[in-house]
Design a protein around this ligand. Sequence first.
Ligand SMILES: Nc1nc2c(ncn2[C@@H]2O[C@H](COP(=O)(O)OP(=O)(O)OP(=O)(O)O)[C@@H](O)[C@H]2O)c(=O)[nH]1
Ligand SMILES: [Mg+2]
Length: 295
Amino acid sequence: MFKAGWVSVVGNANVGKSTLVNALVGEKLSIVTHKPQTTRRRITAISNGSGYQIVFADTPGVIKPRYKMQEAMMKSVGEAFQDADVLMLVTDTIETDLQPGLLDRLKKTNKPVILAFNKIDLEKQETVNKKVEVLKNLVKPKEIVPVSALHSYGIEELKKILLDYLPEGDPFFDKEQLSDMPERFFAAEIIREQIMLHYQQEIPYSAEVVVEQFKEETTTSDKDLIRIRATIYVNRQSQKAIIIGKGGSALKKTATGARINLEKWLDCKVFLEVFVKVKADWREDERQLKNFGYL
Ligand SMILES: Nc1nc2c(ncn2[C@@H]2O[C@H](COP(=O)(O)OP(=O)(O)OP(=O)(O)O)[C@@H](O)[C@H]2O)c(=O)[nH]1
Ligand SMILES: [Mg+2]
């Protein structure tokens, strides 16, 4: 008997969905930062084991959209709800009030909901119990699993429970495959992670990264080198100046951070070139959002 199915990971922003998916898959696929709205698209992450394949869909945290890009983000959450065999709702100990857009969908679904109560390392057992009780009555999950994604606590238990609710069936993907998304996409995400970390206020939310070139080369020393050329697009000219910084210092720091993480992830030397361009108000521009793959 082989079990295979789709688990969509949904929740408020910043509760640790991506950290949890990475822990479940055992590989850093989704980017993680301390800022909300880090994840912008549905990201596939595959966990293969003996007798099972779980295809996780990490999703953007549910918010009330203010511009078209955020509308597209929320549309991808809706799609993840539809495609799921099992819904894994993630909440944390800090904010247990579910966003209305999330609660509505949870109330309408007839799919099994497993609640992963994350960040239990931050709270006393007593407080955790109280908050769990509130959520239990609100969303009526099939199971509740307390976890700490950051400390890899409760991960195996959670996986076991998810498997109980997965259908029997053949695997969807090759068992070596970690995702159905291309390396270029993950490379762009690794660069965007550094933008989220290095800049303040609206800047990270106004930036998009596109990888234009991703080329493997064999060098004379027999070690592989990957040449990556990427462009950071921002909304306005003033933002471009901030991204670049005085004498290029800010961009240099960002690109260095990105290169180090790309080398770790690709396990080889990376030559990274980053350019910055303005695409006026791209977050509201349907054609641009299509180009960037949001629509
Ligand atoms: N203390 C603690 N922090 C955690 C835990 N899990 C995640 N975090 C932190 O919570 C923050 C948000 O984590 P993410 O995984 O990016 O959260 P997310 O739900 O994917 O966020 P969005 O993509 O923005 O919706 C990061 O700073 C994580 O390190 C945990 O178990 N304990
Ligand atoms: Mg995320």
